[in-house]
Design a protein around this ligand. Sequence first.
Ligand SMILES: Cc1cc2nc3c(=O)[nH]c(=O)nc-3n(C[C@H](O)[C@H](O)[C@H](O)COP(=O)(O)O)c2cc1C
Length: 458
Amino acid sequence: MPRQIRLNAFMMNCVVHLAPGQWTAPDDNSVGYLDTNYWVELAQTLERGLFDGLFLGDVTGIYDVLGDSPAAALRTAAQVPMNDPVPLIPLMAHATKHLGFGVTVSVAYEAPYLLARRFTTLDHLTGGRVAWNIVTSYLQSGARSLGQTQLRAHDERYDRADEFLEVCYKLWEGSWQDGAVKRDTERGIYADHDRVRPIEHEGHYFKSEGIFQCEPSPQRTPLLFQAGGSTRGTQFAAKHAECIFLGAPTRNGLRKSAQAIRAALVEAGRAPDSALLFAMFTVIVDETAEKAQARYEAYRQRASYEGALALLSGWTGIDLSRYQPDDTLAYVDTDAGQSALASFSKLDPDREWTVRDAVEFVTIGGRGAVVVGDAAQVADELQALVEETGIDGFNLAWVESPRTFHDVVEYLVPELQRRGAYKTSYTEGTLRDKLLEQGAHLQPPHVGASFRFESGAR
Ligand SMILES: Cc1cc2nc3c(=O)[nH]c(=O)nc-3n(C[C@H](O)[C@H](O)[C@H](O)COP(=O)(O)O)c2cc1C
């Protein structure tokens, strides 16, 4: 039996996510992001293709590191304009039955109580199909917009995120006992007050005291995703994440990242396969290899170097306009995201990247690799990747919208199914049931499970 491949679609509520320049193509409808039908049709396409989830990225702030100016990002629509992804979820959930919805919310600018309530609401409205991608933010422009002079230091952001999660676990897992909701119409009793208790939290960063306002949702804690690839980010992911995103441009880099995460999970007292690993990836597939290749060439012609330069500068915190295109990228610690630069420098010692190489790579699919071909060629490559690196699936970026995902559903999914490497129906239940097959709730030894009412922890 071949290893099963899982697919997520990776989108943002914007025109240009990871393929700057492609919105100008005659058939592209990325500007449709302002229309509810755009999202409903996308969700239905993905569900037809039995995708596990639509994963919505998000950033707070503008990519203004390049040349210390937002001009390039604005000209090329590089992740600006960008709308809030959360309101898209209920409307897509209403139009689908099984598709999961992952959404990025940064802990940098939120109060744990309010974020916990928003996710509980989403989990109720989706019938337990919501996941949270926990990020700590990397754009200084976002911090300034929110009234802070600058982001906290890189590793401290994760320390604070740890405590943020602790408050959320207390609210989601520890305030309402199972069975607290009675809905007893005979006696007119909605909830058994003896089974609802206040949480108490007084830590270094947060203070929260009182009963959680929401009744428990199907999953209680939403399925937890994380994508930090730095040393501290990996440690954080190993403690909290149930699904982890990897962004590595080479096979070697992907294998090394996957190994580091599996080892970190063990270090954190969890099984090495207790989290699913998804690689950021782009698939350009068509009826024939020639057609796919021709489209890829057209994408290359249309790609915006300037847009990719703005994105890579924002991710790394390094103003790449200060470098010559032939300069070699070298790793330095920055207070932006650390793994973006690492993936083009120290992650894979067999590959040296110039600034030009890295920026051209980023123009199509960001830090993820690209595979081009007919369905058989693409399936060969994806199968080889999961076998060789030990990952569980792919977080597929889009190049043209809605074309990229239509093509995956039309050509690639049936080919993977023929090979027995892809499901032919959804599992029933919540997103956690579908992905982890462990029931709807967090289970020990996951740290969040220790905050359950039954455990006596507060
Ligand atoms: C597949 C993938 C998706 C990501 N999505 C987001 C996102 O939507 N928003 C965000 O702020 N960061 C996102 N990131 C960045 C990471 O969450 C993280 O902030 C970044 O890698 C910096 O953390 P590090 O220094 O620990 O690597 C993503 C990374 C990867 C690999």
